[in-house]
Unconditional design. Sequence first.
Length: 92
Amino acid sequence: MTQAPPPGFDPRSPNLNPSNHMNMKNLVSAILITLGIVVLAYSGIHFSTPGQPVDFLGLHIATTTSHFIPPVVGALMLVGGVVLLLVKPKGA
């Protein structure tokens, strides 16, 4: 005895779960909104990464490179996340 396929099932489709696209879109929009709020709340984010080490006269000197994410980027992430959340797919 076999079960009937679920509604919306298309064996030719590479994506066997039709709601997977919506879940991924919602996840990406939630991440963008969250990161945008965090960047705006802190008025930008400063962080450092390891830079090129310098060897001078037998001394090994470690350097760091400082980076800054401005609040404008946070606002763009927030707006992009909200737009992505509100836009309906073409097929719907």
